[in-house]
Design a protein around this ligand. Structure first.
Ligand code: SF4
Ligand code: SF4
Length: 308
C-alpha cells in the first residue's frame, strides 16, 4: 500500500540526520562552491569563436573547378530535393553567353566561353535561409558536388530579404591561380574530364582566351603562372563572409534593399557590411556574373525570384 492508497507518505529521499539538518540552510551553496574551482567552460562568443565539428551543417557554398569554372550546371536537383522549398535555381545555356554570340557552342566545345563545363550553368541561384533547416539533402542530391555546406553558422540578418542568399553570396571565391569565368573549357576536354577530377588548373590556351577578351582581368597573372608551371595548382577556398559585404556593395546591387551594418570576422577585425535583398545586376561576363538569365527555366516552388 502506498500514499495514494491511504498509506503513510514515504519521501523518496531519506530524511537528513542531525548534522544534515544543521547545514541544510546552506547546502545549496555547495554546488556554487564546488563549481568555483572547476575550469570555466563558458564560451565567450562572439569575441572568441570555438570551431564547430567538421561535419557541422552551416551555410552552403557553390564550388569551382581548379581552372575557375563553376561546378553548378543549373540542373535544379538540389531545389527539387529540398523539403523546405528553400532553393531557387534557374539554368541557362553556355551557348547563350554574350561572348558566344554567333558561335556554335555545344557541350564539349572547348572554343566557346563557359561558366561551367558542359551545356548549361546556374544563372540564378538562391537559398532562403529563413526556410532552410540545414538537413543537407540538397548537397546529397547535387550530381557534380557543386553544392556543399561550410561550417559558417553566423547567418543572422536584419531583413527577411537579406536572408535570401544569392549566387554571388554562395559562390566560392577564386583561389590564387584560378582563372575567372567565363572562359573555354580545357582544350580537348569534356565535362566528364571535369567530373573525374582531371582538370588541375588553368591552361595557357584558357589564359590566352581571357587575355584576348578581358585583358584587364585581375586573375590573369596568377593563372598564367599556374599554366606555365611556375605556381602550384589552385585549391578550393571557402569564404568567411558574403562577398557583397564591403565597400561598393551597394553599387553592385541595383534596386536592392540595403541595410548598412558592421560585421565582426573570425580574426576579430570588422568590415562594413551591407545586406542586399534583391538580385544583384553584375556585369555579364564578370567573375560574379550571376544573373545571366538567357534561356532561364522555371524551378520548383513559387516560381518567384525572391521568396521571404
Ligand atoms: S539543407 Fe535542407 S532545407 Fe536547407 S536548402 Fe538544403 S535541402 Fe533545403
Ligand atoms: S547545385 Fe548541384 S544540384 Fe543544384 S543546380 Fe547546381 S549542379 Fe544542380
Amino acid at each position: 500500500m502506498n500514499e495514494h492508497q491511504g498509506g503513510e507518505y514515504q519521501p523518496l529521499r531519506p530524511k537528513p540526520g542531525a548534522i544534515g539538518e544543521i547545514f541544510a540552510p546552506v547546502a545549496g551553496f555547495g554546488v556554487t562552491l564546488s563549481s568555483m574551482f572547476k575550469p570555466t567552460v563558458t564560451e565567450q562568443y562572439p569575441r572568441e569563436k570555438v570551431p564547430t565539428q567538421r561535419r557541422f551543417h552551416g551555410r552552403h557554398q557553390l564550388n569551382r573547378y581548379a581552372d575557375g569554372l563553376e561546378k553548378c550546371i543549373g540542373c535544379e536537383l538540389c531545389a527539387w530535393a529540398c523539403p523546405a522549398d528553400a532553393i531557387y535555381v534557374e539554368g541557362a545555356s553556355n551557348a547563350a553567353l554574350p561572348q558566344n554570340a554567333g558561335l556554335q557552342v555545344n557541350a564539349d566545345d572547348s572554343q566557346g566561353a563557359h561558366m561551367s563545363p558542359g551545356e548549361r550553368y546556374g544563372s540564378v541561384y538562391q537559398i532562403n535561409y529563413l526556410r532552410c533547416i540545414f538537413c543537407g539533402l540538397c548537397i546529397e542530391a547535387c550530381p557534380t558536388r557543386a553544392l556543399t555546406m561550410t561550417n559558417d553558422f553566423e547567418l543572422a540578418g536584419k531583413t527577411r530579404a537579406g536572408m535570401i542568399y544569392e549566387k554571388q553570396d554562395l559562390l566560392a571565391p577564386l583561389s590564387e591561380g584560378m582563372l575567372a569565368a567565363p572562359h573555354p573549357m580545357v582544350e580537348g576536354s569534356t565535362d566528364t574530364n571535369y567530373y573525374s577530377g582531371d582538370v588541375l588548373g588553368p591552361t595557357a590556351a584558357q589564359v590566352d582566351w581571357v587575355r584576348e577578351h578581358r585583358p584587364d582581368d585581375p586573375t590573369l597573372d596568377a593563372a598564367e603562372a599556374v599554366a606555365s608551371g611556375k605556381a602550384p595548382a589552385p585549391t578550393q577556398r571557402q569564404h568567411e563572409v558574403r562577398p557583397d559585404e564591403g565597400p561598393g556593395a551597394a553599387e553592385k546591387s541595383a534596386g536592392a534593399a540595403a541595410v548598412g551594418s558592421v560585421r565582426v570576422l573570425a580574426d576579430g577585425s570588422q568590415v562594413d557590411a551591407v545586406e542586399t535583398g534583391a538580385r544583384a545586376t553584375s556585369e555579364p561576363g564578370s567573375t560574379s556574373a550571376a544573373d545571366l538569365t538567357a534561356g532561364a527555366s522555371t524551378g520548383p516552388g513559387t516560381g518567384t525570384e525572391v521568396r521571404a
